[in-house]
Design a protein around this ligand. Structure first.
Ligand code: SOE
Length: 394
């Protein structure tokens, strides 16, 4: 697809080309096809360690070239932004080097594998921002229209004062104890298990929707299966097992309660052992004047209960979030047609490009990513200390 030559280009390089790399690639390609943008992304180069795999990914995902060494990508003058889609153990090195080389960065979640790494990344991003170089962390689900609408409705006071938040992220892709190993089950690669992989999303969402911060937690982590078959060719997320076995070194399930800065209390649950729950991100907010409820497995719907309604007709109303008045929706299909998983990634790129075009900080920033990391760390420390109440450093 040709680009409008009157719109300045932004040269993009992506590091990593598996699941997230594919999700991000379609976003870079689709954003300018559906949204009016101040910058037109040019998909210059994808980096991956194995030359054939990187070249095949470039062809399939729509990148002009491939590269095996991400450091070489940073030397290129035509690269303006580096999109980090690798496992967590490499986020810090790549993002810090890219920012220091003057490249904007989009980095997958969770921001890092430890608070120390996240602090370094946030500090580097702050220094880079003074030079107009921007960094954003990919908490993509913020950009699901029903979630963005949920935030708008809470901010408008439609549920009154928020009293309780119920947040769950439930999957089942490793519930079978013979499901293969994945880097997501190794602490040195992923930092933590369900907690960081999917719990990080609901931590971000609860804070995003309420506009409040988690100030303290009591956590409980559990590992049910500590050894699994190594993955085969098709990869762990596709359930393909190969030869040999590997050790699981992360949590399989993470549960915690929390206090929020505005006075609300919250419960969180992240697990990949909830048979039958495929990608159930469930978020419910109960306030003094009503409730809002969302489940990603029905992602175009938001449920709203207005406690000021006549009690004879009060009940949860099912809002089909597919109208042009809803966040992001108007740029897609005619009303009523609905969106999917991939659209959140497109909206993420749209918001990032608009922020860059207007020379402002995109959200969520690396500072936001660091704050989520501090929550995850507090949950781990609390669990180790027998679920002891643990404050989250501000
Ligand atoms: C696997 O649990 C995974 O791909 C996560 O890593 C993503 O962040 C989530 O969006 C979907 O599930």
């Amino acid at each position: 697809m040709g680009s409008d030559e009157r719109i300045p280009q932004l040269g993009v390089a992506m590091v990593g080309h598996s699941f997230m790399g594919a999700a991000h690639s379609q976003a870079w390609a689709n954003a300018p096809r559906f949204f009016d943008l101040p910058l037109h992304p040019r998909m210059l180069v994808v980096a991956g360690r194995r030359p054939e795999a990187a070249a095949a990914a470039a062809r399939k995902l729509g990148w002009e070239e491939s590269e095996t060494d991400w450091r070489k990508v940073l030397l290129r003058d035509d690269v303006d932004l580096v999109d980090v889609c690798t496992p967590g153990d490499t986020h810090c090195d790549i993002a810090v080097a890219a920012l220091e080389a003057g490249k904007h960065v989009l980095c997958e979640k969770p921001l890092a594998n430890s608070v120390a790494e996240a602090e370094l990344m946030a500090a580097t991003a702050e220094r880079a921002a003074a030079r107009g170089v921007r960094a954003m962390v990919g908490f993509t689900y913020r950009r699901v229209p029903a979630i963005a609408l949920m935030r708008e409705l809470v901010a408008e006071g439609r549920v009154g004062t928020v009293r309780q938040v119920r947040a769950q992220y439930l999957q089942d892709w490793i519930a079978d104890e013979d499901a293969p190993m994945s880097w997501r089950l190794e602490k040195d690669k992923a930092g933590s298990g369900a907690l960081g992989d999917i719990g990080a999303h609901v931590v971000d969402l609860a804070q995003f929707v309420t506009g409040e911060r988690i100030t303290g937690v009591s956590g409980l982590l559990e590992t049910f299966v500590d050894e699994r078959p190594l993955p085969g060719e098709a990869g762990a997320l596709r359930g393909s097992a190969g030869e040999g076995r590997g050790k699981v070194t992360v949590d399989d399930a993470a549960l915690f309660t929390a206090r929020l800065s505005g006075g609300a209390v919250a419960s969180f649950e992240a697990t990949r052992f909830a048979y039958g729950r495929k990608n159930a991100i469930r978020l419910e907010v109960n306030g003094s004047a009503g409730s809002l409820a969302f489940d990603f497995e029905d992602m175009n719907v938001l449920h709203y209960y207005d406690a000021t309604d006549d009690p004879r007709i009060a009940g949860f109303r099912r809002i089909y979030v597919t109208e042009p008045q809803h966040p992001y929706v108007g740029s897609w299909w005619p009303a009523g047609h609905g969106l999917g998983y991939e659209h959140g990634f497109v909206h993420q790129v749209v918001d990032l490009l608009r922020a860059l075009g207007e020379d402002r900080q995109p959200e969520p920033s690396f500072a936001d990513g660091l704050q989520v990391q501090r929550v995850l760390d507090a949950v781990e420390r609390s669990s180790t200390a027998g679920s002891q109440w643990t404050e989250v450093p501000a």
